[in-house]
Design a protein around this ligand. Structure first.
Ligand SMILES: Cc1cc2nc3c(=O)[nH]c(=O)nc-3n(C[C@H](O)[C@H](O)[C@H](O)COP(=O)(O)O)c2cc1C
Length: 194
């Protein structure tokens, strides 16, 4: 049975073990969001930072997920590490990352990704079929050899958790499930039937 008392320390220890056990994108996570009409949608994103406030990823704010999060604020994350038979699910409010933090992360990205962030109207229908290529060309020309600033429609969200569940697989499906509910430094811990 798992005996961790702090969900952030627990997350950190599992993430470190996942980095050793899963060389292929251990930081990949499924993000689910909800639209105004109640439609739920899911997609993968990369966890770029985590701390005692929450779990940070970056995206296009005008994408489907970006619009959902701006409207409802609610997010669910799911990380799964097959080699470890572990899953962590997180629910919380997605809060915008501050501009300086987003600028610093954007500046650290490869130039091609920076141009791509300007060129892609993420989640919009692409017409004509070569619209992306054309836009990449336009923005490559626009920024010439100078620095590429962060687009206003591109930033990060920090999912500030109010529920974090740790799942450890075991034989005969007698898995461990440890759930923390609360927030900040005030968490209630309970175990659930598998
Ligand atoms: C492993 C993996 C990691 C991804 N990471 C990101 C990411 O960090 N940010 C992002 O905007 N899209 C990422 N994507 C693409 C998204 O899954 C998705 O296709 C895109 O963001 C558009 O989503 P939306 O239309 O639901 O908003 C990733 C895809 C995969 C498969």
């Amino acid at each position: 049975m798992m005996d961790q008392s702090d969900p952030f320390d627990f997350f950190n220890s599992w993430m470190k073990e996942a980095i050793k056990a899963e060389p292929n994108m251990p930081e990949a996570m499924c993000l689910s969001t909800v639209a105004k009409n109640g439609t739920v949608s899911s997609r993968m994103v990369l966890l770029k930072d985590y701390n005692r406030q929450g779990f940070v990823f970056y995206t296009n704010l005008e994408s489907r997920k970006g619009r959902d999060l701006t409207l409802s604020g609610r997010a669910s994350l799911c990380l799964h590490w097959k080699a470890l038979e572990r899953q962590i699910t997180i629910q919380g409010n997605a809060e915008p990352v501050d501009a300086a933090t987003a600028d610093a992360y954007f500046a650290s990205r490869p130039r091609g990704s920076q141009i791509g962030a300007w060129a892609s109207r993420q989640s919009d229908a692409m017409t004509p079929p070569d619209a992306l290529e054309i836009r990449v060309g336009e923005f490559t020309k626009k920024f010439a050899d100078g620095p590429v600033p962060r687009p206003p429609h591109w930033s990060g969200f920090c999912v500030v958790p109010d529920r974090i569940e740790f799942w450890q697989g075991h034989e005969s499906r007698l898995h461990d499930r440890l759930v923390f509910t609360g927030g900040g430094n005030d968490w209630t811990k309970e175990t659930l039937f598998p």
